[in-house]
Write a protein that binds this ligand. Sequence first.
Ligand code: 3HC
Ligand code: NAI
Length: 699
Amino acid sequence: MSATQIERRGPVAVISLVNPPVNGLGSAVRSGLEAAFNELLSDDAVTGIVIAGAGRMFSAGADIREFGKAPPPDVPNLPELIDWLEESSKPVVAAIHGVAAGGGLELALGCHYRIAAPKTRLGLPEVTLGILPGAGGTQRLPRVAGVEAALELIVSGRLVSEREALKLGIVDEIAHGDPVEAAVAKARALADAGTPPRRSSARDEGLAAARSNPGLFDEFRKGMAKRARGMNAPYACVRCIEAAVRLPFAEGRHFEREEFRRLVDATEAKAMRHAFFAEREVAKIPDVPDDTPTRPVETAGVIGCGTMGGGIAMVFANAGIPVTVVENDSAALEAGLAKIRANYQATVDKGRLAQDVMDRRMALITGATEFEAVAGVDFVVEAVFEEMPIKKQVFGILDRVCRPDAILATNTSTLDVDEIAGATGRPESVIGTHFFSPANVMRLLEVVRGANSSAGTIATTMGLSKTLGKVGVLVGVCDGFVGNRMLHQYLREAAFLVEEGALPQDVDRVIYEFGFPMGPFAMSDLAGNDVGWRIRRAKMADHPSNQRYSGTISDRLCERGRFGQKTGAGWYRYEQGRTPVPDPEVEALIAETSRELGIERRTISDQEILERCLYPLVNEGAKILEEGIALRAGDVDVVWIHGYGFPRHRGGPMFWADTVGLGTIAAAMRRFRDEHGEWMAPALLLEKLASENRGFKDL
Ligand code: 3HC
Ligand code: NAI
């Protein structure tokens, strides 16, 4: 079947893009468009043209899979096709439904009139792939929607609803019936009226405001500096929009094309493409085929309404799933529900949630103090205290009261899911759902597969994660699963660096400049240093006496009540809200501790900080892959991008490691092992790949 189809409706011809699932504008579609334009533009019987998408959407833009590959000869490029279309003297109307993203919206902007169906999302998300709209989007959007709106949309990559698009002038009309029919009628009316085509490229009125405000771009760059640090694409987007204001359309388009070419093959774009595909690949599990029967999750239960349980209940309610929360007693239940209400209220007060939506969500949450209240639900998440005897007791009860086909999930962060499953007579229906805090905000969900979790249980839970708006990544049972197990390596080395000579603010600066939202010490202060302190004290007896202990300074901070932001002091002082201020008292404590440990403090370079923090993290990722705890290197990257803020433009730790070179990392790990100790020994997989001159991407 051809990638485009033509249907004649009287004098109007409808060209449909037919390239499921998203009508990517790959070479077959572009050839199809070229043939269609040749045929229709020269056919006098055709007075108007409509462009529409077959299937789920108009078009998600260029076919990302074709990036980095030379196009077949004689296939026109998208910008040329769009220019050609726009030049047509016959009216061309876009009938948009579902999604018009990237090149898809650029194609629509080349049309003379745009009609969108309800529930359509439109935007230019190229920046999220490390590139820019390269088919005229940076030139046409500012002309159509104004420079300020174009800057915001193109640099954020945000998709807007058809209603917002209408307000911004990106679409001209919302269709209430069939958008194609409406577009055909419009094309016919325009042709009959003989109205000259309204070309986006000629609509200079959108540029006027910016021409009289030349400081606009510098101002915008200042505002985006924090978010865009370390990246090229957002700045290139701004330069192109600036060019739209400064240059005639054709020159601006040329400028855009050059900038696009520079970005598309750079590491930043490769990293972001990798992240895009890795996020979709996580859903594919080799031994759980797509057609595995799942059970519908229409009702849920959450056991424990503390920090995590409350957030998880909100996650279900936000997805429209009624949820029953069970607490120990009515006081704990009331406190938990009040916390949920306060959380929603804070969002309403900030204007980010409508009051009636909050009310509807609250109405979906029911409290109970008896487990019988979850007897009929489809899916239960346990989030009680992190103690094995309590978890086992809870699962014993759930097994007794819940319907036989219900799935029982635990939110444990450190305990053995198999041991918990062993407390039930249905280990095949038990699984881990490791949400990250705050559960209603963080997108990552580690789905922990137990030894006996059935394919149906896994498929249902992975499907549910999507329904809940989470990125579910399947992981195996081990201490810390994927994310926290790697985090441990990173935090430990950060602590050692401080004992050896760096200051918390040095480490945090290097990590922040690398692209994380914050460094390890600011993060610990945010999470609460007492959390790790309690865990360390509980595990102290297990700490091998011959192994270096990384908690000395943190313990001392906690002994002084410096738990972090919540106590106004931790690794930093917090005088005004959440801004960390380096504290001489902490520096003195660090110097004293180094002395007591017999460590002569030295100057530590930024490069050493980066390597010591990140290479052991990558090394642990290699062990995780070796052991099969994660299915693919890309899965580990997704965990780190969504759970820990690893900069997306670096592709995640494993992708980044490939860009550094595994030989370099393995050699550094050997050196670290010799200098510091066996815990730094390179993983076998890392050594193997390095010796074969391969990367994690080749696995
Ligand atoms: N190219 C190639 N494949 C694409 C694609 C694209 N532009 N967009 C989506 N896909 C693939 C996905 O990888 C997935 O494949 P799989 O089934 O094998 O895993 C399949 O299409 C379905 O995608 P989703 O699972 O993401 O479907 P959703 O319905 O959840 O989301 C969407 C739809 C919002 C359109 C989302 O797919 C999306 O955001 N796509 C990317 C949009 C984008 O960034 N476009 C810009 C492309 S670059 C460009 O146009 C350059 C131009 O300026 C020159
Ligand atoms: P929490 O202490 O805030 O909440 C636990 C709640 O469970 C309390 O409200 C308690 O009253 C209730 N509870 C205890 N026993 C119960 C029982 N038998 N029946 C009903 N309710 C009971 O703890 P938090 O932080 O919410 O942790 C819960 C689980 O989530 C733990 O397993 C923890 O390891 C895990 N987790 C915690 C994260 C965090 O950042 N806090 C992150 C990811 C997982």
